[in-house]
Design a protein around this ligand. Structure first.
Ligand code: EPU
Length: 337
């Protein structure tokens, strides 16, 4: 079913009041194949949304928005050590993570409470607290947006990078992801290396480590500093943490000894963009209904009725001022439409 002139307000976590010319929700591969045969599908530009948690609409979308609501959770294979779980792209990410934890399938617990749906998780290789989706990714299935033909993408084929994959690059808008299969562990290896988790587990008085305890800790940390999209519009980190050459970092450190940085295996250094933005004076800034979150400067927020282009203009001001103060260029992580 294709609907005309639909508001996208409920379909983006920034709560931007943009409209689209046409809208359709698909719940199965067959529904997508049927949709592809519609003349309106063929004649319009298309945008696929899942949870709409990594999108900023700066204008109305003059085309067909397809909401991917393909559900399903299925164990497709297992052995002594691992279980392979296939999830429909339209599954709500956090619900799926909690389901895995309830079944004692380890690997996703550090990625608890990330907004969005399963299908978007490999697109930007979601990551948090020392884990990225690529660490537990087995394969995904996707349908060609033109021919409907099914392709299976292995981990290598996805070319995962920091918040990157082929689906944000060379295959942008070329495929509809229908399912993702994760290789999870029956005997989990706990990943608590990220400082904040260990501290939180201590505060919680956890004696025996478990994937549930790690998930609870992550939920507590996230809730304490990241705004809940149900209350304040946002799309998580608006910018990526920038990577700079070690020589540039050494110079920066001379001038700003407190700069927060993480050395990378390739010799470069990753900087905490949140720190740069806070030091540039933006944390808690508000102009109209557009703002920089008061507890995490990397997150831009819509307090109520901000327009997408107001949020975008604020992001430009932020990145220009960080460039002027630190000589470091911030890249937007959120998809701009
Ligand atoms: N910091 C500040 N001021 C701020 C924010 C951060 O000084 O306002 C400094 C602090 O020193 C802090 C450090 O930056 O120790 C790192 O901050 P945080 O642990 O909050 O993580 P982040 O680097 O800002 C990244 C991801 C988040 C993810 C967290 C935890 C990116 C773009 N963001 O943020 O992912 O939850 O690490 O692993 O890599 C997202 O992608 O949407 C997202 C929320």
């Amino acid at each position: 079913m294709i609907y005309g002139n639909q508001s996208l307000l409920l379909y983006n976590t920034f709560h931007i009041a943009a409209d689209c010319s046409y809208f359709s929700e698909i719940r199965s591969e067959d529904e997508f194949i049927a949709l592809q045969k519609e003349p309106l599908y063929q004649s319009n530009e298309k945008l696929i949304v899942g949870g709409g948690s990594n999108l900023l609409f700066t204008k109305d979308f003059n085309g067909l928005v397809i909401r991917n609501s393909i559900s399903g959770r299925e164990v497709v294979k297992e052995d002594e050590q691992y279980v392979w779980v296939k999830a429909g792209a339209g599954e709500v990410w956090h619900d799926f993570v909690l389901w895995c934890i309830a079944h004692n399938y380890g690997g996703l617990e550090n990625l608890s409470l990330i907004p969005g749906r399963v299908g978007a998780s490999p697109m930007q290789n979601i990551g948090a607290y020392g884990v990225e989706i690529k660490d537990v990714f087995e394969e995904l299935e996707a349908l060609d947006m033109k021919s409907g033909e099914k392709t299976v993408f292995t981990k290598e084929a996805c070319e995962f990078g920091y918040r990157e994959s082929v689906f944000k690059g060379k295959f942008k808008n070329k495929y509809l992801i229908t399912s993702v299969t994760f290789k999870l562990s029956k005997h989990p290896v706990f990943n608590t290396t990220y400082g904040a988790i260990e501290k939180e587990l201590e505060v919680m008085g956890v004696k025996e480590l478990s994937i549930k305890a790690i998930s609870d800790a992550v939920i507590r940390i996230r809730s304490s500093k990241l705004p809940d999209p149900a209350e304040i519009g946002n799309a998580g980190s608006f910018f990526k943490n920038p990577e700079i050459p070690a020589v540039q970092y050494e110079k920066l450190k001379e001038e700003f000894p407190a700069v927060v940085a993480y050395p990378l295996a390739n010799g470069n250094v990753k900087l905490a963009a949140g720190w740069l933005i806070e030091q540039a004076g933006w944390k808690g800034y508000r102009k109209g209904d557009a703002g920089v979150h008061k507890k995490q400067a990397l997150v831009l927020v819509n307090y109520d009725k901000a327009k997408g282009n107001e949020i975008y203009a604020l992001s430009t001001e932020v990145l220009e001022s960080v460039k002027a103060k630190f000589g470091v260029y911030l890249e937007r992580e959120v998809n701009i439409c």
